[in-house]
Structures are given as C-alpha cells and as structure tokens.
Design a protein around this ligand. Structure first.
Ligand SMILES: [Zn+2]
Length: 89
C-alpha cells in the first residue's frame, strides 16, 4: 500500500468502538469514503477473513445468500495490479 493509497482511505472498526472494539491494526479495515459509508449506513458488513483478507457481506436485499466475499483480485501490498490467480470461485 502506498502513501497515496492511504491518503484516500478511512479506517473502519471491524468491531465497533461503541461495542468495545479497539483502535488497533487488527481491528481496523481501510476503505474509501463511499464504501465506509456503505458499512455504516447501508447494511454492509466487514470482517477479517480466515486468510487475513477483509471480507464484505452485502445486505440480504442485494445478496439473498448473505455470503462473505473477499476481493482476491487486488492485494493490500499491490492494490493497483490485478492478481492473475483468483482462488475465489
Ligand atoms: Zn467505520
């Protein structure tokens, strides 16, 4: 992740501060302001997935299966290059 990337992201608490979540790296996910607002106001959920990637879950009105999904096409280390081996079906 570059310094420029950090400039347009906002830190989101995976466990909300009001629910006892800490402001530490293991409880924060970076998102642009549009996606950050989706998490707070539009019913989207975030969590840290088992492989260490942030996963998003759309509200049931958008995804009736309410499935957790990670973006395997981009990585935090290199967010601008699409990764050729996408393990996600
Ligand atoms: Zn937030």
């Amino acid at each position: 992740m570059t310094k420029d990337t950090l400039a347009w992201t906002e830190a989101h608490h995976l466990i909300e501060w009001n629910d006892g979540g800490t402001t530490t790296a293991d409880n924060l996910a970076l998102a642009c302001s549009v996606h950050h607002d989706m998490a707070h106001y539009n019913g989207w959920d975030l969590r840290l997935g088992p492989e260490g990637r942030i996963q998003w879950r759309a509200p049931p009105a958008i995804d009736p299966d309410h499935t957790w999904r990670a973006n395997h096409l981009r990585t935090a280390r290199d967010p601008y290059t699409l990764q050729p081996n996408n393990p996600d079906p």
